[in-house]
Design a protein around this ligand. Structure first.
Ligand SMILES: [Zn+2]
Length: 189
């Protein structure tokens, strides 16, 4: 427990807007109540080297402040929030501020001009149609990655399996009819 600041990044760039929209659809109240949540969107104007890799010009982050517990991982971040699209959970990366040149990005930004700060747009309106579209897009992405037509029964074969700790693990494609993708044929689909 304690105070923390965190950069939330999406590994797949096109999911960044979806993440912002989904957070907006949750409303600011849930984050205010837990005293931990998004305050800014930061866009890099320059490529930066950090303790956890290089981030290129144009990279965007959601900047989180408050209770550390909720900034450790997606599961904690979305705790008590319902219907979180799996595509957003799988795709997110939480990086504590200690790994970043945060002084240059905040106190000295007028000089360094490393990044652009914008208030997190909780006030923008998110319609239920927007949320439905975003859930549909993420579902389609998920299907592309984790589902295929079973060659035997034309049912849905899947390449994820519960790992026993509430999460999912990648595996060969398998179907409830008993068909399983042969390991030696990986990449052949
Ligand atoms: Zn089948």
């Amino acid at each position: 427990m304690g105070y923390q600041e965190t950069y939330l990044k999406m590994n797949n760039k096109k999911n960044f807007t979806k993440m912002v929209d989904f957070i907006k659809s949750c409303g600011s109240e849930v984050f205010e109540e837990r005293c931990s949540g998004p305050v800014e969107i930061i866009t890099l104007n320059k490529t930066i080297e950090t303790a956890c890799g290089t981030f290129r010009k144009g990279q965007q982050f959601i900047y989180l402040v408050g209770e550390r517990y909720h900034q450790r991982c997606a599961e904690n971040f979305f705790e008590d929030i319902e219907n979180v699209p799996q595509g957003l959970i799988d795709n997110s990366q939480f990086i504590f501020t200690e790994y970043f040149p945060s002084d240059d990005m905040f106190e000295n930004n007028e000089v360094t001009k490393i990044c652009t700060h914008a208030e997190f747009p909780f006030d923008d309106i998110v319609t239920s149609e927007m949320v439905m579209q975003l859930e549909k897009d993420l579902e389609d992405d998920y299907k592309k990655e984790h589902e295929m037509l079973c060659p035997i029964c034309s049912g849905t074969a899947c390449n994820e399996i519960p790992n026993g700790t509430g999460g999912l693990e990648d595996c060969n494609f398998y179907c409830s009819c008993g068909w399983e993708e042969n390991q030696t044929e990986m990449g052949g689909r």
